[in-house]
Structures are given as structure tokens and as C-alpha cells.
Write a protein that binds this ligand. Structure first.
Ligand code: RAT
Ligand code: ZN
Length: 419
């Protein structure tokens, strides 16, 4: 009898937590989506969902076609092939495939018909403005952070011309090109009126890079500055990348109170023939992060790591440095098996002082599945933790659970950015 009562109260606690987590509005702190003013840069719809680079990598597990042939096809033909191979010829069990179905199902579409032309017809009848609202509602997303690169030739002119901002979309300044492609970037900066020199750059060059960063942070209203760094990145080191970080990016971030977001552990172009789908993962030397956090206590670092092997060390480092805030289960770790593991690890080592997830959506509709899937896992992990507290005699109130979930879903991130 006693066990049954205990079980019943555990179930009701789990239901309460699930209820709160599934309905709490979330800030999606890293995506590749755009304010609708960027027009066709904001991707959405069934064909975009199907040609998502996560699925492109998967289709080549089955396709016998040369890479170039695939790339020469129009988008709808590529989507047809992916649908055929990953949904019809094999069951769509991978996370990226399942995600397409979760999304369609949430939109009220019948997936069991397996009718791609009918799906296309439905999407063709949607208008982008209403569709953004619909996707955000279904995902429970209140704000979408974009990834904004002044080095992107399609994006830059839109910012330069100016437009009326949609306040559901916030900006983040992405600077991979600046830090990782200096020989190409320096002449571009020079053309844009910044007096930079190549070779061994004098101090003036770094000041000019700071001026560039200040101009663009202001122009786009950046909430943070961001880079994705390769697995073999070292800091300190005598490279132009580390000099730019130390002498331009970090001072800029300090001056403007902006966090510097580091995404660590990518191996770009592991298979270049796969293009965007061709990047891989490597384990990072997190001494880099320790050196940055300890060496620059006035800077704030948002960090996500791509390798599973780095997740535990990231948690331990976070316990040591208040200027470090981990976020998200990034890319290859954004699968239920690892979201579960990483979220539990973080809860146990960090309490509630982190941001468990971001969507990394490249196609608007993806926010629906990425958040629906993650919410369930986060709810379960939290329910287990509260239930362990109840065993001690502690009773978390509904208001306390709501407060905690709010922190995980954006409030802790916002506080970190503001301090
Ligand atoms: O997750 C992705 O879609 C990757 O292609 C990358 O864009 C990664 O998220 C990044 O921001 O570098
Ligand atoms: Zn990304």
C-alpha cells in the first residue's frame, strides 16, 4: 500500500514537471534562422527539411550516386532522393529523419500516407509570416537567436541597407571568417575602410579590427560574439587567431559587456565532397577554455563542445569559473541518447546554472521537433531529480519548479549575458 502511494505521488510529480517543461516558453539561443526581412535566407518547408545537411550525410550511406551528380540536381530532386532512400526504402529511425515526421505530425499533416506531393502542396499554400508564428507556437519558442556574419555576401547587404527588425529575432555576431581565414579577411576589411595590415600586424591593426567589431555589433544589435573553433585549437599560441582573440575580440567583448561564445570541437571538411554535411568532430583540449576563463576574468564565455568526451570536463571547468556558461547539445550530440546523458550530467554537477539546449535549426520548421524532442528528455531528467529530493523529505513547490525551468529555458542565459 505504502509503495503504491509513493509511486502515485512520484507519478504526479513527474506529470507536473512534464506539464511545466512542455509548456514553458524557451529562448532559442543559437540557430541559423533569419528575421523574415532576409527573405529567402529564412529557409522553411518540406524540401528544405529534406535537404537539411544532417539528412544529406545520411542519404549517402545508401546512395550509389557520385557526389557531384547529387549536387548538380535541383533541390526538389535531391529532396525526392532523400525521401525515397531515408523514408521509403528504409525506416526513418535516425534522429534527423524522425524529426521531419515529428514536425509534420505537429503541423497536423498525415505522415502515414507517405505522400510527398501532397505535403509539397500543403506547404505551398502557407504564407511565411503566419508560418513563423505557427512554428514558434508549436515549438514554444519566444525568441530566436540568429547567426549573423558580416562576411556573408547575401546577408551583409541587408544589414547595410537597414530594415525594420522583427523583435522575435535577436542577433549574434559570428566571426569565424575573421579568426580562421585572416589572409582572405584582412584584404576585405581593408576594402571596407578598416586600416589593417597583413604579415606581422602592428597594434593599429587590432584597433581597427576592434572598430570593425564595434561597428557590426552596433549595426546588428549583437547579444554576443561567436566562433566555432577546430578541435586542435590551442590557446595561448603564437598564431594570428590567438592574437586576434586576445587583442581585438576579448577587449571588444569587455568594452561592450558581450559574452564570447565558443563552439569547440569541429573538424571542418572531413569529407569535402559532402559540402556542408562533410564536417566531423574531434576531441578538444579544454585547457584552452581554462586558460581563457582564468586569463580573462573580465570576459564571459558561453561554451558548447561537440565531442562527447569533452562534456564531463566542461562541467568540471564550469564549476571553477563563474565567467563560463555551458549551453546546448550541439549538432552530433543533439540526439536523445546524448541529450539525456549530457543534461543529467550537467544537472548533477551544475544544478540549474546552464542552458541545456539550443536548436541549431537551419530550417524554421525544425524548431518544432528539436524542441519537442528535447523538452521530453529534459522533463524526464528533471522529474527524476525532484523525485530524488522528495525522498529526502524536501517538497519542491510548483512555483519553484517553474522558476527552475525558466532559468534553464533562457533566464540563466540572460542573467549571464547581463552581468
Ligand atoms: O549544426 C549545424 O548545422 C552545423 O552545420 C554548424 O552550423 C554549427 O552549428 C555551427 O554553428 O558551426
Ligand atoms: Zn550552428
Amino acid at each position: 500500500m505504502e509503495t503504491t502511494l509513493a509511486e502515485a505521488s512520484r507519478n504526479s510529480l513527474a506529470r507536473q514537471v512534464e506539464d511545466i517543461v512542455l509548456s514553458a516558453p524557451v529562448t532559442d539561443i543559437h540557430t541559423h534562422l533569419y528575421d523574415p526581412a532576409f527573405k529567402e535566407l529564412l529557409l522553411w518547408g518540406i524540401d528544405e527539411l529534406l535537404v537539411y545537411h544532417y539528412l544529406v550525410a545520411e542519404v549517402f550511406r545508401y546512395l550509389d550516386m557520385p557526389y557531384d551528380k547529387f549536387w548538380s540536381l535541383p533541390k526538389t530532386r535531391q529532396a525526392d532522393l532523400i525521401w525515397e532512400q531515408l523514408f521509403l526504402q528504409h525506416s526513418p529511425v535516425s534522429e534527423a529523419c524522425r524529426g521531419v515526421l515529428t514536425t509534420l505530425n505537429a503541423l497536423g499533416l498525415d505522415v502515414k500516407k507517405r505522400d510527398l506531393p501532397a505535403l509539397r502542396k500543403w506547404f505551398a499554400s502557407q504564407s511565411v509570416d503566419n508560418y513563423i508564428t505557427r512554428c514558434m507556437e508549436l515549438a514554444g519558442v519566444r525568441k530566436i537567436f540568429m547567426t549573423n556574419s558580416p562576411f556573408d555576401d547575401l546577408e551583409r547587404p541587408v544589414w547595410e541597407k537597414g530594415f525594420r527588425r522583427d523583435d522575435r529575432f535577436a542577433a549574434a555576431l559570428r566571426i569565424d571568417q575573421l579568426l580562421l581565414a585572416w589572409p582572405d579577411t584582412a584584404p576585405r576589411l581593408a576594402r571596407w575602410g578598416y586600416k589593417v595590415e597583413f604579415g606581422v600586424p602592428p597594434r593599429k591593426t587590432f584597433d581597427e579590427v576592434r572598430r570593425f567589431l564595434a561597428d557590426w555589433s552596433k549595426r546588428i544589435g549583437a547579444h554576443y560574439v561567436m566562433v566555432s573553433l577546430p578541435a586542435d585549437f590551442q590557446f595561448p599560441a603564437k598564431t594570428i587567431t590567438t592574437q586576434l582573440i586576445e587583442k581585438a575580440v576579448l577587449p571588444h567583448c569587455r568594452d561592450h559587456g558581450l559574452p564570447f561564445a565558443l563552439m569547440l570541437g569541429v573538424k571542418r571538411a572531413t569529407n569535402p565532397q559532402l559540402r556542408l554535411a562533410g564536417d566531423g568532430v574531434g576531441s578538444s583540449n579544454l585547457a584552452v577554455l581554462q586558460n581563457l576563463c582564468a586569463g580573462f576574468p573580465e570576459n564571459k564565455f558561453l561554451t558548447t563542445v561537440l565531442a562527447r568526451e569533452n562534456q564531463h570536463e566542461l562541467c568540471v571547468l564550469t564549476r571553477k569559473f563563474r565567467n563560463l556558461h555551458p549551453f546546448g547539445c550541439w549538432w552530433f550530440t543533439n540526439v536523445p541518447y546524448l541529450i539525456d546523458e549530457i543534461t543529467r550530467l550537467r544537472l548533477e554537477l551544475l544544478g540549474l546554472s546552464f542552458t541545456p539546449q539550443h536548436s541549431d535549426a537551419r530550417v524554421l520548421d525544425q524548431i518544432i521537433y528539436k524542441w519537442q524532442h528535447s523538452r521530453r528528455i529534459i522533463a524526464q531528467a528533471l522529474a527524476d531529480k525532484y523525485s530524488a529530493l522528495v525522498q529526502t523529505g524536501w517538497q519542491p513547490s510548483r512555483a519553484e519548479i517553474e522558476r527552475d525551468v525558466k532559468d534553464l529555458f533562457g533566464a540563466a542565459f540572460e542573467r549571464f549575458c547581463q552581468h
